[in-house]
Design a protein around this ligand. Structure first.
Ligand code: SAH
Length: 259
């Protein structure tokens, strides 16, 4: 039985960084929140939009390095929801893409707690926009794959034969440390070493950088990225999109926090 006397927990996508990439729905949820439990990947520009009176809990979770255990995050969500607070669980990008969303929803369900879900722009969508490319194209790729370089068992196995085909486009998340593995698997399955690849780092943040590469040079490009990065297999930056990255901060609209 779902407890209808409590507020549903709102899972919300923060987008990859800039406030300009946040939906108005998520902004409204942040403004109405009493508690915001957020990820490490949520950008400072979005955090700045959380009103000052709202309790903010940093539950950073990363593939490597120090992080809160998933069980602790689930427990915090349940406890705050049961206290009667309006809770927003704010995740980088879209909560439904490599965001362990189901685990958190199931924790709520196990306690009869309701939830709502507000999507966000995922890193791949914004990365593609930042290099001036469409993720699908008639006659080139009729499918887009969103894959992870890493899963619970280590480097993730994928449909390499399919990914190695000419014209395929894939957005590879958490792929920096597995870049050499990805390259090896793709080449083993016949991918052209000249296949374009772009590594976009710190997407939608002031320190965004893109590393233009080919499958042959993917490991070096991935190694050059220091921040979170998405690997766009099959895409290279369009010439006309080679704007200075500082142009990002001039993007309309400028969204301001509530006073
Ligand atoms: N839910 C997130 C993905 C979380 S998994 C989303 O929809 O974007 C973490 C991975 O996402 C990182 O390893 C990286 O591959 C990618 N990522 C998240 N934010 C990013 C950003 N601002 N710039 C580049 N890659 C990002």
């Amino acid at each position: 039985m779902t407890d209808t006397t409590l507020h549903p927990v709102t899972f919300a996508g923060a987008g990859p960084g800039a406030a300009a990439h946040l939906t108005l729905g998520v902004l409204a949820a942040l403004q109405a929140a009493e508690v915001v439990i957020h990820d490490r990947l949520v950008g400072p520009e979005v955090l700045a939009l959380i009103p000052a009176h709202v309790r903010r809990i940093d539950m950073g979770k990363e593939g490597f390095g120090p992080s809160a255990a998933q069980g602790d995050i689930n427990a915090a969500l349940v406890a705050h929801a049961q206290s009667g607070a309006r809770v927003v669980r704010l995740k980088g990008g879209d909560p439904g893409i490599f965001g362990r969303l189901d685990e958190e929803i199931e924790a709520l369900e196990a306690h009869g707690l309701a939830f709502t879900l507000l999507p966000g722009l995922t890193a791949a969508t914004v990365a593609a926009a930042e290099i001036g490319q469409s993720l699908t194209r008639r006659g080139r790729n009729a499918a887009l794959r969103i894959v992870t370089g890493h899963d619970m068992d280590g480097f993730a196995e994928q449909d390499w034969r399919g990914l190695a085909r000419k014209g395929e486009v894939a957005a590879i998340y958490m792929g920096k440390s597995s870049a050499r593995f990805l390259q090896g698997r793709l080449m083993m399955h016949g991918a052209d070493p000249a296949t374009p690849v772009t590594v976009v780092e710190n997407v939608s943040r002031p320190d965004q950088r893109r590393h233009e590469a080919t499958l042959a040079t993917l490991p070096e490009a991935a190694q050059a990225a220091r921040g979170p990065a998405v690997i766009l297999l099959g895409l290279s930056p369009r010439k006309a999109a080679r704007l200075p990255l500082s142009a990002l901060s001039d993007l309309p609209p400028k969204i301001e926090a509530l006073p």
